[in-house]
Design a protein around this ligand. Structure first.
Ligand code: FAD
Length: 317
């Protein structure tokens, strides 16, 4: 009856979002008086997962699963859930998990609640709080199916550490050719050292920066802060920055701890994608820019004066 967690990894490293999901699952398991089982795919070493509340790991070893495939991963997770008699399965809201969770829900005939932002209000009936309308509202959802799937919104819960080691067990689900009938070829064009999805801090530039040649100061700030760089839609449409950096309603969502917007007006479609960022700082020379209404801190002034000065100060820390 353990709570099952899908642990994601990339290039041999577990993703931080999975540590948050594991921490969340640990507390849900506590509410249900049960334990947490993590499922990994071809992971080299799983012992550290105990630190995040995972007591047991089912490590699936199968070369065909080196590359993410929603149908095959869903079938493998279904079999892991059946093996552990799991009634609650928790995933992150990464691009892969958002693709995987509905496929898993179909296979298990489970109810799926995405964008969950807090621990269940109750587990009997299973009731969760979710964000809706790009965090402008919340809704309370009761999942009434036997098996429940939770998609945890990024940064909603945080990572909590425990002093334990996870016991590992190899697991070999039976997969058919049909599981691999759809193959998505992905091309990753991201140029960031830190990806927007994993970043604690995102430094973002808009049309106010006048042209691609002025991004050096944004990149410098990102370098100093260990941040990812991002941009508004027109900036990527004009080819000043790659499309992989476009954030907003039609771009990537941002849920970092800090979002610094430079020369971005704060149009509703931009704000829709960055509402989940915890602290928002805006630098804009127009005190009437709509972004100031959404920001926690603002500096009114010319970005070309402020950002270089800010970078010099930040280097001192
Ligand atoms: P602008 O609106 O031109 O703003 C530039 C800002 O820079 C201004 O506020 C100005 O005061 C400031 N500025 C100028 N010079 C300086 C200076 N020297 N120093 C400091 N500040 C300065 N947009 C997105 O970003 N993401 C989306 O996902 C998105 N999806 C959309 C979907 C739809 C269906 C539609 C219709 C639009 C969408 N948009 C999206 C576009 C959105 O409506 C805005 O047009 C866009 O966000 C504006 O980008 P911007 O703030 O960079 O540019």
């Amino acid at each position: 009856m353990s709570v099952l967690v899908y642990i994601e990894s990339e290039e041999g490293k577990f993703k931080k979002a999975s540590f948050e999901v594991a921490s969340y699952a640990k507390e849900v398991a506590g509410m249900m008086d049960t334990s947490v089982t993590g499922v990994t795919f071809n992971a080299p070493d799983t012992a550290e997962l105990g630190t995040y509340g995972i007591e047991k790991v089912l490590n699936i070893k199968n070369e065909k699963l080196n590359k993410f495939n929603a149908e095959a991963y869903a079938d493998a997770l279904k079999q892991a859930a059946e093996k552990e008699s799991s009634k609650v399965i928790v995933l992150s809201q990464s691009a892969n998990s958002r693709y995987l969770a509905p496929a898993l829900a179909v296979q298990l005939e489970a109810g799926y609640a995405s964008n969950v932002v807090a621990l269940p209000e109750s587990t009997e009936p299973f009731t969760v709080k979710r964000n809706a309308f790009t965090m402008k509202a919340f809704n309370i959802t009761k999942i009434t199916t036997d098996v429940k799937i939770i998609g945890l919104a990024k940064n909603a819960f945080g990572v909590k550490e425990h002093q334990a080691e996870a016991t590992a067990e190899e697991f070999s689900p039976v997969l058919s050719d049909e599981d691999f009938s759809v193959n998505v070829e992905s091309v990753d064009k991201a140029t960031n050292k830190v990806t927007i999805a994993d970043a604690e801090i995102v430094v973002s530039g808009g049309r106010g920066l006048k042209g691609p040649e002025n991004w050096e100061m944004i990149e410098e700030m990102a370098e100093i802060l260990g941040a990812a760089t991002a941009c508004s839609k027109p900036v990527s449409d004009m080819g000043w920055r790659p499309h992989s950096e476009h954030v907003g309603q039609t771009g990537k969502p941002v849920a970092s701890n800090l979002y610094i917007a430079v020369g971005i007006s704060g149009a509703i479609q931009h704000l829709a994608g960055i509402n989940a960022a915890k602290t928002k700082v805006v630098i804009n020379n127009d005190p009437e820019a709509p972004f100031y209404k959404a920001a926690d801190y603002g500096i009114v002034g010319d970005a070309f004066e402020i950002v270089p000065k800010l970078n010099e100060k930040l280097k001192e820390f």
